[in-house]
Ligand binder design. Structure first.
Ligand code: XMP
Length: 510
């Protein structure tokens, strides 16, 4: 399989670089600069290497560097931002703090006639974010693009197949970024572009069949896209030897528990154990108002219920998890690098003993997991499910959690979801839900006074959920949702719409 190495120097867009490469059907893997040596690189047979951006200055001795022998491997290299400066520096060039200040944001880029910029107009917009600049190029290199402030916005040595670009082609603000990756991958590295995440499904099913048939594999199914796709892959490989435990903590959206059970047990014939543990969770949450404490309790109880079920099953050979690539990538930010574990099921159970951990999706991004899910026949509702916190509606009920409040929120949320779905907006929100506040206000219904809860509606538009804009929903959608909720959900007497963006607010209300 042809592969591109994304050598990570700690930049904020590194995952985006790997995604841009994979979008062109070439597999890319991210490795922190300090966890892969020259001899590792030689063994892997990479078709090309991309050096990422990073927050440092190459002339700072503490900044991340790399063995200059990298440039002698005869593997094409594309350096981006810090990666471009490092490439120039390692080849003998000079980097300095920009004399006329740093350059940030959308900038007019002027390119020369060069293979890397084929089909790109002589002038276009790129995204810049740098303080240092390349003051002098190494011998044998030449400038192929500039901006008003940056005399060397791109450079190359065609003979050595080394390229550097100061701007960020991976972000969508760079108008022709995709074409630049395309040129690097196909014209420079000679890739053929025959990789597809979906091909993987067939291969992994075969591999898992040989490896695990006749052995018990246990998976905690949440109904989210990651654990669902992992479950179907394993089910297709080993059938009933996969046991899925679905802990219904009673804090799911209206009808969701039954939908998950229906899909997996009846449609796919998965060996599924559904544990209706709502009462247990409610008991433990009684009187608890503090959000972090709610989360802790739910996480602990989840593991406990899961372990109890697992014990009944007896010895399991492997535990399967729906961990995906962004959960496992280590960042090249140096000593502070951490590996994030998959938090939705509350971490690994401690009591269950198993010989192996199986993570079928650990090489894939979310959009790739979705396309695998669709290919396996999972319903759109599941594949395109919006993010849903592991602790469920507990994070959307402010104050104490009671059975009544769960029901009110489930009903209000179902109405809101129906109204959004019915409106068939072209650019609908990326996430939307109802929140039950802990405030109660006076209302009037017919001739009678009511005293019910205030429900809040939240809808956000976002690419990555790190930042988000509140969605400008049409007033008639809001009006219908509000009127239906106050009429149909007895106990809610007022509806408000949240117009806070993130930051400074967060998406969830906790
Ligand atoms: P915040 O509230 O931090 O949420 O702006 C950002 C995104 O993360 C989702 N979220 C979670 N997702 N497990 C998850 O898988 C969780 O515990 C969790 N908490 C928040 C939230 O819905 C939003 O999409």
């Amino acid at each position: 399989m042809e592969k591109i190495l994304v050598l990570d120097f700690g930049g904020q867009y590194n995952q985006l670089i790997a995604r841009r490469v994979r979008e062109q059907h070439v597999y890319a893997e991210i490795r922190p600069y300090d966890r892969i040596t020259i001899s590792d690189i030689k063994k892997e047979n990479y078709k090309g290497i991309i050096l990422t951006g990073g927050p440092n200055s190459v002339y700072d001795p503490a900044s991340p560097h790399y063995d200059p022998k990298l440039l002698d491997l005869s593997i094409p290299i594309l350096g981006i931002c810090y990666g471009a400066q490092l490439l120039a520096y390692l080849a003998g060039g000079e980097i300095a703090a920009a004399e006329n200040g740093s350059e940030y944001g959308k900038t007019l880029l002027k390119v020369k006639d060069h293979m890397l910029f084929r089909d790109i107009p002589a002038e276009s917009i790129c995204w810049m974010s740098h303080t240092d600049f390349i003051k002098a190029l190494p011998q044998g290199f030449r400038v192929i693009a500039k901006t008003e402030k940056c005399p060397c916005a791109a450079f190359c040595s065609d003979a050595k197949r080394l390229y550097g670009i100061q701007f960020h082609p991976e972000v969508t603000h760079t108008a022709f970024g995709r074409q630049i990756f395309h040129q690097f991958l196909f014209s420079v590295c000679g890739c053929s572009g025959d990789w597809d995440a979906r091909d993987y499904a067939g291969r992994i099913i075969e591999e898992y069949r040989k490896k695990y048939a006749g052995k018990k594999v246990l998976l905690a199914l949440s109904g989210g896209v990651d654990s669902s796709v992992a479950a179907i892959l394993l089910h297709k490989a080993i059938g009933k030897d996969l046991v899925c435990v679905f802990v219904d903590h009673g804090l799911l959206r209206k009808g969701e528990g039954d939908f998950v059970e229906d899909t997996f047990r009846r449609t796919f014939g998965v060996n599924l154990i559904r544990v209706n543990a709502g009462e247990r969770f409610l008991k433990r949450l009684a009187g608890i108002r503090e959000p972090e404490q709610k989360r802790r309790i739910i996480g602990e109880e989840f593991i406990r219920v899961f372990e109890e079920e697992a014990k009944k099953i007896g010895h399991v050979h492997a535990l399967a998890q729906g961990t995906i690539y962004p959960d496992v990538i280590e960042s090249g930010k140096g000593a502070s690098a951490v590996i994030k574990s998959h938090h939705n099921v509350g971490g690994l159970p401690g009591v269950i003993s198993f010989d192996e951990l199986v993570e079928p999706l650990r090489d894939f991004f979310k959009d790739e997991v979705r396309s695998i899910g669709t290919m396996l026949g999972l319903p759109n509702e599941l594949v395109w499910r919006q993010p849903f916190p592991g602790p469920g509606l507990a994070v959307r009920i402010l104050g104490e959690i009671t059975e009544e409040k769960i029901r009110l929120l489930q009903d209000a949320d179902a109405v809101f979801r129906e109204e959004i779905a019915g409106a068939q907006m072209e650019h609908g929100p990326d996430q939307y839900f109802a929140v039950l506040t802990d405030a109660r206000t006076v209302g009037v219904m017919g001739d009678a006074r009511t005293y019910g809860y205030v429900a809040a509606l939240r809808a956000v538009s976002t690419d990555d959920f790190m930042t988000a804009e509140w969605t400008r929903l049409p007033f008639d959608v809001l009006e219908r949702a509000s009127s239906r909720i106050t009429n149909e959900v007895s106990g809610v007497s007022r509806v408000v719409y949240d117009i806070s963006s993130k930051p400074p607010a967060t998406v969830e209300w906790e």
